[in-house]
Design a protein around this ligand. Structure first.
Ligand SMILES: [Zn+2]
Length: 60
């Protein structure tokens, strides 16, 4: 089972969300809690869900 660390709160989790919170092409992985927080950001973009237990579903 693989895990990743949330880019915002450093929490280790098996499911993270690939998002953009700033202008530009920088993608970060965040946990569910942080994903809910950054959803309010004007530059928020969702790019897929990363699951440690299965193949990544990154879309495009
Ligand atoms: Zn987090």
């Amino acid at each position: 089972m693989k895990t990743k660390f949330c880019a915002l709160c450093q929490k280790e989790d098996r499911v993270l969300y690939r998002v953009q919170v700033k202008k530009g092409k920088v993608w970060i992985f965040v946990c569910t809690d942080c994903c809910n927080k950054v959803k309010t950001e004007p530059n928020y973009r969702y790019g897929g869900t990363w699951k440690g237990s299965t193949l990544p579903t990154m879309g495009r």
